[in-house]
Design a protein around this ligand. Sequence first.
Ligand SMILES: [Zn+2]
Length: 153
Amino acid sequence: MNIQMDKALKKIQNNIANFIKSIDEELSISFNNGEGYYFETETNTVNVDLTDLEDCGFMRHLKEIHKCSFAYDYPLFIWSILHEIGHYETEWELLEDDDEAELRFWLSLTDENCRDNIEIQNKYYGLTAEWEATEWAIQWIKENKDELKKLVI
Ligand SMILES: [Zn+2]
């Protein structure tokens, strides 16, 4: 990677880190390449994937099932960060049943043959913890459009 690009990437990472901290100081940030977006409950860490993110039907679900009218006004990457923060902010402990279902549906979702399966997508994103995290993200954007503009533009 050349120096200019390295500098730009560091600046973007810094902005994302500051953005996440500005929402909640308790949160930490970790960047990865290709491991996806996820929340680590032990360390309150939002893991941000710097590679291309696969949709897996999230945007469709956001628009059609959550009825979010501004879903496509923001990129999947923004939604993913806010959704992961939402896991922390909603403090929904995964119910035991959900836990197993979560794993099962997540594995189905990441299975190449099932990625386009809308039924599996809806089941996964409809799990209590997933649903609440997404609802938190929607609400946060509604209340903080100006904050978000600073990050996106
Ligand atoms: Zn989630």
